[in-house]
Design a protein around this ligand. Structure first.
Ligand code: NAD
Length: 273
């Protein structure tokens, strides 16, 4: 079966990487729709021409509702407000949805889950297999080291990123917090300035760098007396995120309604970095 995939945010950095990946996997999937903001100057453009790979026959359209019926699954990497509106269209038509957008508030996350209650939703702050392995390694290290290590998360991204800390940094923090049996919101420290006092034992500090064209670097530091362990992941292109999201989309078609993450996809497909 050829899986018919739609992309919202098709002209964005991730949208283009997704379109390229889908075109490269023509034996298993097809780019059936490419959707952008109604104000986008790229509406009507052929997505293949945009990618510089020649005509694909798929034009960038302004309205998901007009194309949803031709889709087996939607992949959304946009902004939280747009993702929520796309989720409503998917839910209305029973189309499963892969969400890579980050930066949701707690209320927006609750809305997304309520809207998609009756469809299959695969949501991950990071779809790269390497980062998903880093999440498992981080949780294992946090369990093994217990309270003996101070744990900090450092992330770096390109100058255009609009949310901070990154969704991946928060997911790494969540992995540490759950290994310690705590909620991240209780122990996260997002800013330090001036006379902060000594480090709060058991807290998780976050540091954020925004510069140039950095695709995405994440390091979890476990610092004890006289030694330090670091788990680092560096993305050198968006290909790993796009490849993971397309794998997740193909996997999601036919799954029962429910909430999934890239960890579920990797566990069932045994995909490695
Ligand atoms: P981007 O700004 O390059 O692209 C976003 C696109 O969404 C833009 O082209 C914009 O015009 C489009 N858009 C906005 N509103 C829309 C609407 N209503 N309808 C259709 N399109 C709309 O951003 P990006 O770097 O591609 O990142 C997008 C999101 O994906 C961010 O939240 C980012 O943090 C996240 N991200 C997630 C992963 C992951 O693996 N989960 C990896 C990279 C980026």
């Amino acid at each position: 079966m050829t899986v018919r995939i739609g992309i919202t945010g098709a002209a964005g950095r991730m949208g283009r990487a997704l379109a390229e990946t889908i075109c490269q996997r023509e034996e298993s999937c097809q780019l059936a729709a490419a959707v952008e903001r109604p104000e986008s100057s790229l509406l009507g453009a052929d997505i293949g021409e945009l990618l510089g790979v020649g005509s694909s026959g798929t034009e960038v359209k302004p309205d998901l509702a007009a194309v949803i019926q031709g889709l087996d699954v939607l992949i959304d990497f946009t902004v939280p407000e747009a993702t929520l509106s796309h989720a409503q269209v998917c839910a209305l038509h029973g189309v499963p949805m892969v969400v890579g957008t980050t930066g949701f508030t707690a209320a927006q996350t609750a809305d997304l889950h309520a809207i998609t209650h009756d469809i299959a939703l695969c949501q991950s702050a990071n779809f790269s297999p390497g980062v998903n392995l880093a999440l498992r390694l981080t949780e294992a290290a946090a369990r093994a080291l217990g309270d003996s290590a101070d744990i900090e998360v450092v992330e770096a991204h390109h100058r255009h990123k609009i949310d901070a800390p990154s969704g991946t940094a928060l997911a790494l923090g969540d992995a540490v917090a759950s290994a310690r049996g705590r909620a991240l919101s209780e122990i996260a420290v997002y800013a330090r300035e001036g006379r902060t006092g000594a480090r709060e034992p058991g807290s998780i500090g976050f540091s954020v760098i925004r510069a140039g064209d950095i695709v995405g670097d994440h390091t979890v530091i476990f610092a004890g007396e006289g030694e330090r362990l670091e788990i680092t992941h560096k993305a050198s292109s968006r290909a790993a995120f796009a490849s993971g999201a397309v794998t997740a989309a193909c996997w999601l078609v036919g799954q029962p309604a429910g909430r999934y993450s890239m960890q579920n996809v990797l566990a069932s497909e045994e995909v490695g970095p």
